[in-house]
Ligand binder design. Sequence first.
Ligand code: MRU
Length: 362
Amino acid sequence: MRIDSRHYRTIWENADGSVEAIDQTKLPHRFETKRLASLDDAVAAITTMVVRGAPLIGVTGAYGLALAAAVDPSDSALEEAHARLAAARPTAVNLRWALDRMRRLLLSAAPSDRRALAFGEAAAIADEDALCCEAIADHGATLICAAAAEHPGRPVNILTHCNAGWLAAVDWGTALAPIYKAARDGIDLHVWVDETRPRNQGASLTAFELSGEGIPHTVIADNTGGHLMQHGLVDLCIVGSDRTTRIGDVCNKIGTYLKALAAHDNGVPFYVALPSSTIDWAMRDGVAEIPIEQRDASEVTHISGLADNGAVTRVQVTPKGSPAANYAFDVTPARLVGALITERGVCAASEAGLRGLFPDLA
Ligand code: MRU
């Protein structure tokens, strides 16, 4: 995607063998990149959310393993690096998927070949992710076009939660990709952007992306969606996913489930966009089985933003001493999901639906 008329991906390889990533902790106030020169740097980038979003976490994990292989390509060092990276964030399955793919390939090769192989495979995973997201854009845009045809003469109103745009992937994104495609195809649309406390990925990142693409949008407090849906102000919802089970249960940023309930109650289609690397074929019941990350309570007790003097400041919004809980994700049962938008097409959120599109993976 473009920033100041230059095309950027979220992560890339430097000529000196290090890796560079857009530092998402600084957005939307400052556009900075961060150099990842070691396994430690990659682990830290994932845990501190310099990079975030399931597909991008997976790609960063792959590059982290490549950085580790450059220092010590032995079996034991790779296993240790794999374990450290896998533990960096527990919910998004793309991380595990990318690390397992890297490990399979590297362990099948001689140690002396592993460094080059590892960087090549990480780059392949990144390229494939960008292609998957572009295909998701095409498939999802047809749903938006259909909604536009139902409501001629006014913009299609789409609600999204968290950030599942190009910053969450390598390029294009998942939930925002169909929006970009439809907008480029001339569809008149407007996006309701959930702010997405506690980390404000919607207010900070989705709004940043949509502004960059010139797409009309309005940031709303997280609790607003139900009201908008009751008043006919949302035509469809599209969100991303951090892990989708084989029966179509969707784990995504905390608060997604409440939006799906409100959508169901108001007859608003609720779509989830995801690449197949987000499907956990080993899991069925998302509520019972998906590990939900709990992050530091300070993300809830404090917010950060731009002060009038231009400094990025962190302020406390709770009384000192009030305990806070910080569940990062929740699970929306498949019955509340209207359809899944994948790189191979749109399917029902069910085992049959997923199997129909991915018989080779199921
Ligand atoms: O905690 P994050 O920011 O890494 O959460 C990831 C998300 O942004 C998701 O909610 C998103 O919808 C899925 S990733 C495309």
